[in-house]
Design a protein around this ligand. Structure first.
Ligand code: CA
Length: 244
């Protein structure tokens, strides 16, 4: 979280022309822009890239903006500016059911969007500057933007390392990749096929049993009680879900 670095903005929108316009205008304001055109990618990018602000459209293929907002709100305090198109969407956003910080109704002016973005980023910056003074993390672990922490469990993709409490876990490469993939998609039920595709690239014939076996190994390493898993839960008829 470098205060002097360019603010990073994640734009989640499925209309190609609007994505281009937003990206163009935000980049011109000297922001670093990343984009996602579906809910699945949006969650993954929000978790791995840790943007300073998220512009989030409501209507998206797959997971909608409300669902994404609800999930991310439990994990991060990043400001979320929602883009709505219909009155009933506005009701939901304004009612704060989903935890968005702000919203704009389509069609909106680029100038208005820029003003809102700037205001939210200014607020984030002020909060961070305040925190700078009192910064000492409880466990002296260096802040790592790419790392994922869930209670005592810390996943560090840079070091390819998983720490549980004070213990460094010895994971096989595929176990690590599987855990990192599940954790990046926390809260979502992931099918065995999708896991195979993303973690194994389909380059083997083992089938879904391979996933089950690796999940069992992982549970033995990261679960307090592997027989009653709480971090990686089985979703009947689908696959697995990482709970954190
Ligand atoms: Ca849309």
């Amino acid at each position: 979280m470098k205060i002097d670095a360019k603010p990073r903005i994640l734009v989640v929108e499925d209309e190609p022309t609007l994505v281009d316009t937003l990206e163009y205008n935000l980049t011109r304001q000297d922001y670093t822009v990343s984009t996602a055109t579906d809910g699945f990618t949006a969650l993954e990018k929000a978790r791995t890239e840790r943007p300073d602000l998220i512009v989030l459209d409501v209507m998206l293929p797959g997971l909608d903006g409300f669902e994404i907002c609800r999930i991310l709100r439990q994990e991060m305090s990043t400001p979320i500016l929602m883009l709505t198109a219909r009155d009933d969407e506005i009701d939901k956003v304004v009612g704060l059911e989903v935890g968005a910080d702000d919203y704009l109704t389509k069609p909106f002016s680029m100038r208005e969007l820029m003003a809102r973005v700037k205001a939210h980023l200014r607020r984030v910056r002020m909060i961070r500057e305040e925190m700078e003074g009192e910064e000492t993390t409880a466990d002296d672990r260096p802040a790592n933007a790419a790392g994922l922490t869930f209670g005592s469990l810390h996943i560090d993709p840079d070091r390819h390392e998983v720490v549980n409490g004070a213990e460094i876990l010895h994971l096989k490469p595929k176990e690590f990749e599987l855990l990192h993939f599940l954790a990046r998609n926390r809260g979502m039920a992931l099918s065995r096929d999708l896991i195979l595709e993303r973690v194994w690239d389909w380059d083997f014939d083992g089938g879904s049993r391979t996933v089950d076996v690796h999940v069992r190994w992982l549970r033995e390493k990261i679960e307090e009680d592997p027989a009653h898993p709480r971090r990686i839960v089985t979703v009947r008829g689908v696959g697995y879900r990482f709970e954190g």
